[in-house]
Design a protein around this ligand. Structure first.
Ligand code: HC0
Ligand code: SF4
Length: 569
């Protein structure tokens, strides 16, 4: 058994890759900006310093544990160095803490407070660089950047996009999009993973809260909302009083009514409808020698990625719109009459775990007569902020149900929010259609979990179906390259841009729990299990919606006009 000593306590070395991991295991939360267990080691922030006896002071993130090491995490010299480092960062940081989106959720603020940095001995030197608000999804304020490089690494290593990089040196060093352009002009796919790892407010989701409040306060408007699957298992973390991953949908609906939303519906209804279209489209491709593999299309980060890097693949992407966009179509078509509101007075708001959904909603192809189907997209975090701004104690509220009929969904629609969920829901539909028999069990466990690529071959009515699920765009790129090179062959592939799927989207609460993705996904799978109806095709209200508004069946002319889309290269 190999051990070392941390602050005179003997600790076992059990496969930790660096001293920082090991010290954290020993119950000491050593400060750092630039260390993320899922990213490469950069060693830039010089906060995770430790004194290794006989060797001196070094960064714990980039030092491997060795048996017999004697480590001190807190000496007078280290304490002084950390304070100086934090003071230097604060001196060049735009300190507008009370009005910053990351206030109370900022590593710089948190570390400064914990270290007891009460005054900054260095002169404030802000360069007053322009704030980049060009993106529909994100706002980049270089004046708050601490140069940890977390966004640069997540964007290149996890997403294989590389929209951000370092420029210049020394005191002029900055993180910028390529050629110092605006974020909207580079390959950025709006996934928001950079905002998730940014320790400060240098990259944050763009807020649409003010527009939504204006709509709510306008007496002529009827404001309705759709809530995405993953929101319900993330929101509770931000509001407090709930377990991690707990499905808070029913109390959330009550809170949203208090906020002033007239009706609160469920994107999972539209997810069920997406499956009707997408699985029908898949079976059609399968039976009529269509283009395969078919890739899912519901993740706008992935779609933009494919449009940017793999235009030759666009015929492979399902033409079915995403649930958010399908909901927008249904809302515009059916709600004015149902709610007795003039079409121009209906305001459609989406609550999404995702920053890329803000980009998707403003695409001209998802609008009619100049009016977007979805007017505003709020992230889970923005909804939490609205709720908190009104002082609503959500965990003390009575639960309520989503409004009908667009609030009814099957378990299949709910699991969309976790990686593999769309595939599983589609298989529940497709396998039963092909085999002609009710299937049991209906779970496809092969699609669940956090493996970078999940694959399975299913025997359906004598046919072999090869499916794959990837999440994180670097994993998607790898799969696509293999398919293009003929090294891998599939019939149907699900891609989600964010590792873990929407539960870990760019608009979800930032979590430092190492199992947060699994816990949130478990909240969705538990909900699915508890549902009486689990297969999308058993959603009676979707059938009714087809009958009344979309040509009676999936794939009809009406459905093609309003529930499908096209891609650009
Ligand atoms: Fe997702 Fe969706 S599941 S992309 O992850 O398909 O954002 O939650 O709303 O549209 O339903 C996000 C989550 C959605 C859509 C759905 C899909
Ligand atoms: Fe990169 Fe995603 Fe951030 Fe864009 S939103 S810069 S693609 S990590």
């Amino acid at each position: 058994k190999k051990t070392l000593f941390v602050n005179n306590r003997e600790i076992e070395i059990a496969g930790e890759r660096n001293l920082l991991e090991l010290i954290r295991k020993a119950g000491i939360d050593i400060p750092t900006f630039c260390y993320h267990s899922e990213l490469s080691i950069y060693g830039a922030c010089r906060l995770c310093l430790v004194d290794v006896k006989g060797r001196g002071i070094m960064a714990s993130c980039s030092t491997a544990p060795e048996a017999g090491m004697v480590i001190f995490t807190d000496t007078k010299a280290i304490r002084n160095m950390r304070k100086i480092n934090v003071e230097l960062l604060l001196a060049s940081h735009k300190r507008e803490c009370p009005s910053c989106q990351r206030s109370a959720n900022c590593s710089l603020q948190d570390i400064a407070r914990k270290l007891g940095v009460h005054d900054v001995r260095y002169k404030q030197s802000i360069k007053d660089l322009p704030v980049d608000e060009s993106s529909p999804s994100l706002v980049r304020d270089p004046n708050k950047c601490v140069l940890c490089g977390d966004c640069v690494r997540v964007c290149s290593e996890v997403q294989s996009v590389g929209a951000l990089d370092f420029a210049c040196r020394g005191s002029n060093a900055r993180v910028v999009p390529a050629f110092d352009s605006n974020l909207s002009e580079v390959e950025c796919v709006n996934c928001g993973q950079c905002a998730q790892v940014c320790p400060t407010g240098a990259i944050v989701a763009k807020s649409n809260i003010d527009q939504v409040w204006d709509a709510i306060y306008d007496p002529d408007k009827i404001v309705i909302a759709q809530v995405a699957p993953a929101v319900r298992v993330g929101l509770g973390e931000k509001l407090g009083g709930f377990a991690m991953g707990e499905n808070v949908a029913r109390k959330m609906v009550t809170a949203m009514k208090i906020l002033g939303f007239d009706e609160v519906y469920d994107t999972c209804f539209a997810a069920d409808m997406t499956i009707f279209e997408e699985a029908t489209e898949f079976l059609d491709r399968l039976e009529n020698n269509g283009v395969l593999p078919m890739f899912t299309s519901c993740c706008p980060g992935w779609v933009k990625f494919a449009e940017t890097y793999y235009p030759e693949l666009l015929p492979n992407i399902s033409t079915t719109r995403s649930p958010q966009a399908i909901f927008g179509s249904i809302a515009r078509k059916t709600l004015p009459a149902k709610l007795g509101v003039k079409p121009e007075n209906l305001v459609v708001v989406s609550i999404m775990p995702c920053t890329a959904k803000k980009y998707e909603a403003q695409l001209p192809k998802f609008s009619q007569d100049g009016r977007p189907d979805v007017d505003y997209v709020l992230t889970t975090n923005e909804l939490a902020q609205m709720i908190q701004s009104m002082g609503i104690q959500t965990n003390e509220l009575e639960p309520s149900a989503f409004d009908m009929p667009l609030g009814f969904s099957t378990g299949g629609g709910v699991i969309f929010g976790a990686t593999g969920g769309v595939m599983e829901a589609a298989l529940r539909f497709a396998v039963e259609k092909v085999s002609g028999n009710p299937m049991s069990p209906i779970d496809f466990k092969e699609t669940r979990g956090l493996a970078p690529r999940k694959e399975a071959t299913l025997e359906v009515a004598g046919k072999k179906l090869r499916i794959a699920v990837v999440h994180g765009l670097a994993n998607a790129r790898k799969l696509v390259e293999e398919v293009k090179a003929g090294k891998a062959a599939y019939d149907f592939v699900e891609v989600m841009a964010c590792p873990g799927g929407c539960v870990a989207g760019g608009g979800q609460p930032i979590s430092h729990d190492k199992d947060f993705r699994t816990k949130r996904a478990a909240g969705l799978y538990d909900t699915d299990k508890g549902r009486q109806v689990q297969k999308p095709q058993d959603n009676y209200w979707v059938d009714k919606c087809y009958a009344e508004s979309f040509g009676g069946r999936p794939g009809s002319h009406e459905a093609h006009t309003r529930l499908h889309t096209h891609y650009q290269n």
